[in-house]
Write a protein of this length. Structure first.
Length: 610
């Protein structure tokens, strides 16, 4: 009788598992701007290495596909080669026995569909259409193009005021972004190849917390040109600040009582303290920006009036209107728009939710903000009702985890169908249809109706947070082109066929992040300056510390700490704690200084104009 033995991983298998992790880290750290054809070939090689060798389409076909694609890369291919790649991939897709083969072939088909022009460029001209304009991943992924390695190095040296000045060259709101930026710069940080990305936002927070009052630069001599900025949100304020620095006479027209836009009327105090926001805005206005609040442009004055009074107009009205979900009973008393609720909180008008049972519809950051605010306003219970899974939520993971820690219940895969009213027309319950996760479309799993009956969720208040739109009609009436609910502007912010009128931010892209609105304001300011006949430059004359040649040993990432959930849910005080000096010193020295080595050394750009 043969004996069974316990199967244990040998040294080879353990090493292979480590190599898998190494490969995953390298993929995570791959910078934008890589040749897509080369990248597709590399992925194909990985897929081919996984084949079990039992079926010909996978074992032989993927090898042939790889050879054909390498012919394109090496300049041996022709246009017929591209057609043959497509035919071969399609043949493998339909004949391979398992997912190893047909998914690898499908990846090639996606590549041909997504960047066929790159294949053709390699064949016709022997080059790639992609240009490596910015080889430093963190800078490339920052919408505002902030010199991140530079200010991280300054933090490491204890030069916090210089770090803030360097940030402000490209992003005039460092204090705001230190608290709420979604930090896309960290996504492709090359430190991922060693352990984990540098905590860039945390280091920015440490710099602004320890820099003291950092004066803004002196504006250039007056040009005599007048510019109107419609909207006092982050994009409008940023454009106004840069234009004023260039010497132009700038006036902001804001519909609300105070400036800040969604920073004030969409983000609660526990994430962005009002004193921080007010101090930042005050500093930016100090360069000579004029402000007119409680003015609705489109009524009095009109766009035409402003265009006649000013040499240029920048529209940055944001996305402040709420979207309806379109279900029965949405008109019941007790149904509140998330935008409306946060707007009131922004003006200091705090709703009283004491003892209320609340259902929140939505899965984005705004839904988390109103849910967590409701807890702080005394709600007895808060449920977040979302038709997809938790992992499909568009909210930042830390926001979702924070809401759960503070007592919010997340009901995933529940699609709201109707709101039940009582005899007085008030909210009595929210009915939701259970869902089952279904097919993947555009990279995201789609929920479909499950074979279950509707569920009744007893509540007396429903907060609707399913998206935002813009109030475009007044602008459309005066000839501003609007498409699919947003203003149609060119990629340099100009409005086609309307000289002197520019637009940017959420009113052009739809609801996006703060840093994208700031970046749009920066681009608009530069192009308005050019339109007015000038070519001003914004500089930061700051010497960046020399590179340290010390070895970068593997070291864990310092993450931001938060106040205990039991305490923070009782007030609107800030929940996130900044780094200690020891933590900031260690974290800043984890930076690999990609801006110094390789091609990055030619792309420093510390004092260059934008």
């Amino acid at each position: 009788m043969s004996r069974l033995s316990i199967i244990t991983r040998d040294k080879a298998q353990t090493t292979v598992e480590e190599l898998y992790k190494d490969l995953e880290r390298r993929i995570v750290a791959s910078p934008p701007g890589l040749c897509p054809v080369d990248l597709a070939v590399s992925f194909l090689k990985v897929c081919h290495a996984q084949t079990c060798g039992k079926c010909v389409p996978c074992r032989v076909g993927l090898g042939q596909l790889q050879n054909l694609m390498e012919d394109v890369l090496d300049g041996r291919g022709s246009m017929e080669t591209i057609d043959l790649i497509e035919k071969t991939a399609r043949s493998i897709y339909y004949s391979a026995d398992c997912a190893i083969g047909y998914e690898a072939a499908n990846m090639v088909l996606k590549a041909l569909k997504g960047f066929r022009d790159d294949f053709e460029e390699h064949v016709l001209r022997g080059r790639c259409t992609c240009e490596l304009n910015q080889p430093v991943p963190c800078v490339a992924l920052c919408p505002a193009g902030v010199d991140i390695p530079g200010y991280v190095a300054l933090v490491a040296e204890g030069r916090y005021a210089d770090a803030v000045s360097l940030i402000r060259k490209d992003n005039p709101m460092p204090s705001v972004c230190a608290l709420i930026c979604e930090h896309p710069c960290e996504a492709r940080c090359r430190r991922n190849m060693i352990d984990a990305s540098v905590n860039i936002r945390g280091l920015k927070r440490f710099a602004v917390d320890n820099a003291g009052d950092v004066p803004v630069p002196e504006p250039a001599p007056s040009t005599g040109k007048r510019v109107a900025v419609i909207g006092g949100g982050p994009g409008g304020i940023s454009a106004a600040y840069y234009l004023a620095l260039m010497g132009h006479d700038v006036t902001i027209y804001e519909q609300r009582k105070q400036l800040g836009g969604m920073l004030r009327y969409g983000i609660p105090n526990y994430r962005l303290p009002r004193e921080v926001l007010d101090r930042e805005i005050e500093a930016l206005l100090s360069v000579g920006v004029k402000v007119k609040t409680e003015v609705t442009v489109g009524e009095e004055p009109s766009i035409v009036d402003l265009r006649n009074l000013y040499h240029a107009v920048y529209i940055a009205i944001g996305a402040h209107t709420d979207k309806k979900i379109g279900i029965e009973g949405e008109d019941a008393e007790g149904v509140i728009s998330a935008v409306e609720m946060l707007r009131k909180i922004g003006d200091g008008d705090m709703p009283d939710f004491t003892g209320r049972n609340i259902s929140v519809i939505g899965g984005g950051n705004v839904a988390m903000d109103v849910a967590r605010s409701a807890v702080r306003l005394g709600a007895e219970s808060v449920r977040i009702v979302y038709r997809r899974r938790i992992e499909d939520m568009t909210a930042m993971p830390e926001e979702v985890q924070g809401a759960i820690a503070e007592g919010c219940e997340v009901l995933e895969l529940m699609a709201p169908t109707r709101i039940e009213k009582d005899e007085d027309g008030k909210v009595a319950a929210l009915w939701a249809q259970p869902q089952i996760i279904g097919p993947v479309q555009r990279g995201r799993a789609t929920p479909v109706k499950a074979d279950e009956s509707e569920k009744c969720l007893k509540c007396d208040t429903v907060l609707v947070a399913v998206g935002q739109g813009i109030e475009s009609k007044p602008f459309e009436e005066y000839g501003i082109p609007v498409k699919r609910g947003v203003i149609e502007a060119l990629n340099w912010s100009g409005i086609k066929d309307i000289p002197g009128v520019f637009a940017g931010g959420d009113c052009v892209t739809g609801p996006a992040t703060v840093i994208r609105a700031i970046a749009a304001g920066k681009v608009a300011a530069a192009n308005i300056d050019e339109y007015l006949g000038y070519h001003h430059t914004i500089k930061a004359d700051i010497a960046i510390p020399k590179i340290s040649l010390d070895d970068r040993m593997a070291c864990g990432r310092v993450n931001m700490k938060e106040r205990d959930a039991c305490d923070r849910k009782n007030d609107f005080e800030p929940i996130e704690c900044g780094m200690t000096k020891q933590e900031a010193c260690q974290e800043s020295r984890r930076c690999l200084r990609c801006d110094h080595f390789g091609f990055g050394i030619f792309k420093g750009g510390r004092n260059e104009k934008w």
